[in-house]
Structure formats: C-alpha cells, structure tokens
Design a protein around this ligand. Structure first.
Ligand SMILES: C[S@@+](CC[C@H](N)C(=O)[O-])C[C@H]1O[C@@H](n2cnc3c(N)ncnc32)[C@H](O)[C@@H]1O
Length: 278
C-alpha cells in the first residue's frame, strides 16, 4: 500500500471535483500531492497530477479515502478551491482550524506577524466563557502591527482574550500557564509581509518550537504550519518540519502535507493532529 497510487479513488475524486467546478473530466488543471506520513511505512501518497486522465466516468464510493473533505460544504469548498488554484494555503489552514477549535479553547499563534491569523483564531475561540489566543513574534514591529489590527477590530473585552508576547516561539512554554489545555499551535513561517525580510523563521528555533508544541498540545489538538520555501533557508526549514512530522508515532499523531507539484515555490501546508484517546 505504501507509495501506491490510488487510481480508482483518484478517478472518483477527479470526477467529483470536476463536477463541482464544471471542469471537463479530462482537463483537470493542477498537480497536487497529498501525503500521510507514517512512522515505519515511509509514506502513503495520493498523487494527483492531471488526475482526470485516470478516468472520465463519474462514480462515488462509500469507501472514499478522505471522507471528511466531502462531508462539510465550507471545508469542501475551500479545499476544492485550493486544488483548482482559487483558494490560498492560509484559507485552507483557517478552515481546518475551524474543524478542530472549540469555543473557550486556548490556542497559540507562534508567528503573529500582522495579526491576521491571531484575529481568525480569536473569532474561533472566543465566547462568554473565555477562550484565549497566546500570540508571539520575535519582532517588536510585528507585535505592534498585531496590536494595532486588534485595536481597530475588537472591543477592549475581546482584546483581553489575546495575550501578546515579543519572544521567540521556542520559548512558548515560558508564557503559557502550566497545565494549560492548548488546542492548537499555528505557525505561518517565513518573514513579515511588508516588513524586514531578513528577519525570518529559522530551522533550529522552528524545530525547538515544534518540540515545545508537541509537549503542550492536548489530545484532539493540532499543530498547523504554512511553510514558505521561496526564500533562502525555506526549503531546509520545510525538510526539518517534514522530518519532525514523520517521526511522530502513528499511534498518537496523524501528520500530512499539501504541496503543489507544478508550483515549486508555493507555500506548503503541514498538519499534525494529536489523536484523541480511544
Ligand atoms: C509570515 S509572517 C506571519 C504572518 C502572520 N501570521 C499574519 O497573519 O500576519 C512570519 C512571522 O514570523 C516571525 N518570526 C520569525 N522568527 C520567529 C521566531 N523565532 N519566533 C517567533 N516569531 C518569529 C517574523 O517576525 C514574522 O512576523
């Protein structure tokens, strides 16, 4: 099964996708690579490159390999939009977060930058009983930018639900209260858009931050990464992220990545989900 191409399943996927987007079955537009990292068994890989070439006959099966993507219209729309180049990696990340985060949760934005992700997370966690976002960035400018976005968008009570820290994400355990139940740690790696491009995330501290995330994440929680590979060091950072995800035991973690095949510099999405206890 490892590294096998699921041709039958992919033909179903292609026909489903093509119908949703009114694209002829034989003209699917994008190359796409979906991998689930397994500990011993290298990779189960579903590779979808001109998937419609496999088959043009629409069919459905109850054994469709990725049922979650077909069960909810929001997730399906964004995911399928991503496949056809209409949605960004960050939009996919946000909709996946929505599936994991519950009201009242505590989550961590490990790279708050201009605050867009922080704000998205806050909307997902906040209700009358609380909900907190611990957001951090190594740049003071980024903390100020996030703070200013929150000021423009939120009331003071809502803003109290965001804790901002000007620290390196490798030190996240120093700021999150002990025994917190952290539902998600999200990374949007690289440099601050519109800011100093020489201040970027680097492999060493990203790895330390991933290890810290692994320690503090609750079961049923998610480590989410958007990894940019177009700048120097970006590809090496992706390799570190992939090696970390591949090393997590399959009994406790589900780790996967989404990567465009024919856009080699497009951001790569990585999700590491910590399984609930059975
Ligand atoms: C792509 S931006 C984040 C974008 C942000 N999430 C948003 O919604 O606007 C990456 C951010 O990571 C920050 N960063 C770089 N190294 C870091 C580190 N070691 N710890 C925390 N943040 C870091 C950069 O300063 C930059 O603001």
């Amino acid at each position: 099964m490892a590294a096998g191409f699921f041709k039958a399943e992919m033909s179903m996927l292609s026909s489903t996708l093509a119908r949703s987007y009114s694209i002829p079955f034989r003209k699917t537009l994008m190359s796409f690579d979906f991998q689930i990292a397994m500990r011993r068994n290298p990779f189960i890989r579903i590779r979808c490159s001109r998937v419609a070439a496999f088959s043009s006959s629409p069919s459905h099966s109850p054994n469709f390999p990725i049922p979650v993507f077909c069960s909810s219209s929001g997730l399906e729309d964004v995911f399928v939009g991503y496949l056809f180049g209409k949605k960004k990696a960050t939009e996919v990340a946000h909709i996946v977060w929505e599936k994991v985060i519950k009201k009242g949760d505590m989550v961590i934005d490990a790279t708050c930058g201009n605050g867009n992700d922080t704000l998205a997370m806050l909307k997902m966690v906040m209700d009358d009983s609380g909900g907190y976002v611990y957001a951090m960035d190594i740049q003071k400018d980024a903390i100020e930018s996030t703070s200013s976005l929150l000021d423009q968008t939120l009331g003071s009570k809502e803003k109290d639900c965001v804790k901002l820290f000007n620290i390196c994400h490798s030190k996240m355990e120093e700021i999150v209260p002990q025994n917190s139940r952290v539902r998600m740690v999200a990374f949007n790696l690289g440099y601050l858009p519109g800011g100093n491009k020489s201040i970027i995330t680097v492999s060493d501290t990203t790895l330390l931050a991933l290890k810290a995330s692994e320690r503090i994440l609750m079961r049923g929680g998610l480590i989410s990464l958007v990894v940019y590979i177009g700048h120097p060091g970006g590809r090496e950072e992706l390799e570190v992220v992939e090696a970390f995800g591949s090393s997590l035991p399959v009994s406790d973690w589900v780790c996967c990545k989404f990567q465009m095949l024919n856009r080699p510099l497009a951001p790569v999405l990585v999700f590491m989900f910590k399984r609930e206890l059975k």
